[in-house]
Write a protein that binds this ligand. Structure first.
Ligand code: WTA
Length: 643
């Protein structure tokens, strides 16, 4: 092994693991590589329920792919009904804790009943397969209930993270032309009510496609109900029957659209379909999380992001897991909330983000040390590169040196984990996602598509389509083509830089495009810039990600103002608030820097690279020959020294 710190799996862990050795991993990997049709075909037949069998494993018409054509299945059926004829029928499916401390334990049978009833509510509102629903809810069990009810009928859902503002919500409803919005009065976060219905009301003023809005009562806060449009969940549900057969749907039926940031100001609607998505999320529950029947599994993500879709809802429920959901903040009422929950519910598998790990690490070891964490057997990390110091802390203080850490690399677009260790098979190196999953052929290349060779930095691409791959961008196949298949000819372009070491391990180095990663949340520089220039005082804005000790990156904005007299301090505050209002609180800039001009090329393009250098190193190196006005750079760099 090329690296000093290597952690091989313990004999004990390997002995019970789903994939117990490096040889077993390699055999699986080689099998998938040599004969993907046979490999995925056999898994799909064995792991999913089919109303009608498929007749083709995949059809690849670059860059469009179809998996399991001709087959009919249903994601909701696979997550619920098929477990009801087994011992899982009384197993807890969703173990939920609200931020105020309330709890619910919902068995597979009970979840099935809730989903059937809500599906009947949707049916009674006239919704049918092919329609679209926006779901804007707090982390309560009714959120997965709404998703699974949609999936049951073939209604394509799009969950919008509850931290997004009315503006961002509106843009998503409009792009999707949704017929219905499913929401709640609010949710709890750090003891405060996040008022969701108010944001929906604001958004719906300009969303003519929406006929109905269903409101789940969570907080009991006062909400406006518009007659004829708004209905209480509990009232509609009262008369709904508990019987609702799942509709047999084509393998390629659109399951959900999830909006994510790209390199422009307009979010992209990433489309995932049914069978391939479900198969790969199910398989990675076993390969990566080594899920066992008796495990209590907890992923701390919000369901508004892809991690919550794949690894709180669809993957775990399809695999028959007990999946824990927590409504609130990790530091509420104190910094030991996560560890308290682990102890209370005897959590075995714990999956979180490097941002959360770094934030909790800073609070000191006494918080986790107050709790019995001995139930933990496996830890996971997702969303951004994990720095070795945070990895070591996670391993030592949380996992007590016993638990493997699976560092999982993937994206909204990939649907499921593509690079991660199989914990019983693959020796770990802190900071590396290690090796690819079966069926995944990554490569590190230059822009001509030539492999760059061992230990060299390049673009991470994936050479073959995989079952849970995005199918297109909602109503924008051209953008899909250009964005993912047009950068390097013939391969999927991830937008990440990476290198591969002499053991074949992948090290992800971060984004190569104008996408920032703040607390593991994707945010495009253009999105923030467009929000800023909508403010009446702003002439121009350029936004870059600035390295941040806890959140990975922080939003840093360079702003030029229109003519006028301004109180810079007050305006800076106002602009930070403005961005939070336009996009969501998580996008609130850390820093606003006012400047007289922005560095531009002769053709007028803002040179973000230089700004990035200023916020990273406070100096500018490299090629500035295309820069229009070198004076601007000198000023921006000097300004920092004055701060
Ligand atoms: C980054 C989240 C390093 C990466 C599932 C990717 C990671 C983007 C890791 C996708 C990891 C995700 N190590 N970087 N383990 N996981 N990333 O769409 O830059 O919200 O392209 O999906 O997060 O973010 P997204």
């Amino acid at each position: 092994m090329s690296n000093a710190n290597v952690y091989p799996p313990s004999a004990e862990f390997s002995a019970q693991a789903y994939v117990p050795s490096l040889e077993a991993y390699r055999a699986l990997y080689d099998k998938a590589k040599e004969n993907p049709e046979e490999f995925w075909g056999a898994l799909a037949r064995e792991q999913l329920h089919w109303f009608e069998p498929f007749d083709q494993v995949f059809e690849w018409n670059p860059p469009f792919v179809k998996w399991f054509s001709g087959g009919k299945t249903n994601a909701s059926y696979n997550c619920l009904d098929r477990h009801l004829s087994t011992a899982r029928k009384n197993k807890v499916a969703i173990l939920w804790e609200g931020e105020p401390g309330d709890q619910r334990m919902i068995s597979y049978q009970e979840l099935h009943r809730l989903v059937c009833r809500f599906a009947n509510v949707l049916k009674a509102r006239g919704l049918q397969a092919g329609d679209r629903a926006i779901i804007y809810m707090p982390m309560v069990p009714e959120l997965p209930v709404a998703m699974l009810a949609c999936a049951r009928l073939g209604i394509t859902h799009s969950v919008v993270f509850g931290g997004f503002s009315a503006e961002a919500l509106k843009a998503r409803i409009q792009d999707l032309e949704a017929q219905i919005v499913i929401t709640a009065d609010g949710g709890w976060r750090r003891g405060r009510e996040i008022r969701l219905k108010d944001a929906v009301d604001e958004a719906l003023r300009e969303c003519p496609s929406v006929r109905d809005c269903i409101v789940y009562k969570r907080t009991g806060g006062h909400v406006q109900m518009q007659a004829g449009r708004d209905f209480w969940w509990h009232e509609l549900e009262e008369s709904a029957s508990e019987t609702c057969p799942a509709t047999p749907l084509d393998s390629e039926h659109p399951l959900f659209v999830l909006y994510t940031s790209g390199t422009t100001g307009k979010p992209k609607g990433i489309l995932h379909t049914t069978a391939g998505y479900l198969l790969q999320t199910t398989m990675t529950m076993k390969w990566v999380f080594d899920l066992k029947e008796e495990d209590t599994y907890w992923c701390t993500a919000d369901i508004g992001w892809v991690t919550g879709h794949s690894y709180i809802v669809y993957g775990p429920l399809s695999a028959g897991a007990t999946t824990l959901m927590y409504e609130g903040a990790p530091d509420y009422p104190a910094f030991d909330r996560f560890w308290r929950i682990v102890e209370k519910y005897r959590v075995n598998i714990f999956y979180t983000s490097p941002t959360a790990i770094r934030a909790l690490l800073r609070q000191g070891d006494h918080w986790p040390n107050q709790h019995d964490l001995s139930s933990l057997r496996l830890l996971g990390s997702v969303g951004e590169p994990i720095n070795p110091a945070a990895w070591e802390w996670y391993h030592r203080v949380i996992g007590k040196g016993r638990c493997p850490i699976v560092d999982t690399w993937w994206q909204t677009e990939t649907g499921a984990i593509l690079i991660a260790p199989m914990p019983g098979a693959v020796p770990l190196k802190p900071g590396s996602g290690t090796l690819p999953m079966p069926g995944i052929l990554p490569e590190i290349v230059d822009l001509d598509g030539k492999p760059v060779g061992e230990n060299k930095e390049g673009f991470l691409v994936i050479q073959r389509p995989w079952p849970s791959m995005l199918r297109t961008i909602w109503r924008d196949p051209q953008r899909y083509k250009e964005q993912y298949w047009g950068k390097v000819s013939g391969v999927y372009f991830t937008g990440d830089a990476a290198r591969r070491d002499s053991d074949g391990y992948y090290w992800i180095l971060g984004r190569v495009d104008d996408v920032m990663n703040v607390s593991g949340h994707r945010l495009s520089t253009m999105e923030v810039e467009s929000a800023l220039v909508r403010h009446p005082a702003v002439a121009e804005a350029a936004v870059v990600g600035k390295p941040h000790e806890i959140t990975g990156q922080a939003v840093c904005c360079f702003v030029t103002l229109k003519k006028g007299d301004y109180d810079h301090e007050a305006l800076g505050k106002e602009l930070r608030q403005w961005v939070a209002h336009e996009i969501g609180a998580f996008a609130r800039p850390e820093e606003i820097r006012f400047t007289e001009a922005l560095p531009k090329t002769r053709s007028g393009k803002i040179m973000r690279r230089l700004l990035r250098e200023i916020v990273t190193s406070h100096t500018v190196t490299g090629d500035v020959t295309t820069l229009e006005d070198m004076g601007v750079i000198t000023k921006l760099a000097a300004q920092h020294d004055e701060d």
